[in-house]
Each structure stands twice: as structure tokens, then as C-alpha cells.
Design a protein around this ligand. Sequence first.
Ligand SMILES: [Zn+2]
Length: 150
Amino acid sequence: MSEGSETELLQNFLHGRSHPCPVCGYDLRDLTSDRCPECGRVLRLTVTEARSVHAPFIAGVIALAAPLGASATGVVAVGYSRIIAASGWDVLLRPLVVNALVLALAGPALALWLRYARVLKRQPLARQWAWAAGAWAATAIGLGICLVVG
Ligand SMILES: [Zn+2]
């Protein structure tokens, strides 16, 4: 199938029909090209199954990740209890404060990331990767600070 006919199929599908852009949510009714006028992404008409195949996969990831995080927390807790047994509570005050600060920063940062996901998706791909790299850099810096200070 040629590119021209794919664009024609897309335009025919959207002629007189409201449908949100999958990236930014803009109404693509009566689209006149293969690009979203709002975010500029190239669009194409595709055939897909009626039900999402991602939900069971994501549910499985959560099911397997939750015990991973819980058990990692358990391992850390056991390590802390051994330190307390050997040295007393005072030795854990600094790591406790550092971890509380990371929690206080990471929680709102994740909330902002999720809140502005749609805004992020409207940005050019290079800028989206720059924001993702910034998030990873902040995480790496936070981890470094925890390892040095905590
Ligand atoms: Zn769009």
C-alpha cells in the first residue's frame, strides 16, 4: 500500500468523525493531512483487536514487582535491625532522615510526572527523552546522595 493511499484512508476515516489524537487527545475530525495539527505527530490508520492486550501484562508486572519491592524493604529492615542491635538507634538517624527526604521529593516528582504526562507527550520526541534523562539524572543524583550521606 502506498503512503498516499494510507493518508487517504486516514482522512476518509476522520471525515466528519471525531476521534482523539492518541498522543495529545486533540480532536482529529476532518484531518487534512497525516499529522496531528496540535502535536505534529504523524498518524496512520491501523487495525487492532477490540480489547487491550496490555492490561494483563501490566497486571502481571505489578504482581511480580510488588513482592520484589516488599522483599527488598524487608532485607533492608533486617539489615537495619542488625545495625540497631550492634550500635543502637543513633546510628540509623541519618539514613532515616535521608530516606524521608528522598520520599518527600520522589513522591511529588512522580505525581507531577503522571499529572503532566499528556503535556509531555505533546513535546517533540527529543524533548521527551531529555525530560526522561532528567528524571533518571535526578534519581541517580538522589541515589548518590543517599549512598554518600545516608
Ligand atoms: Zn496530537
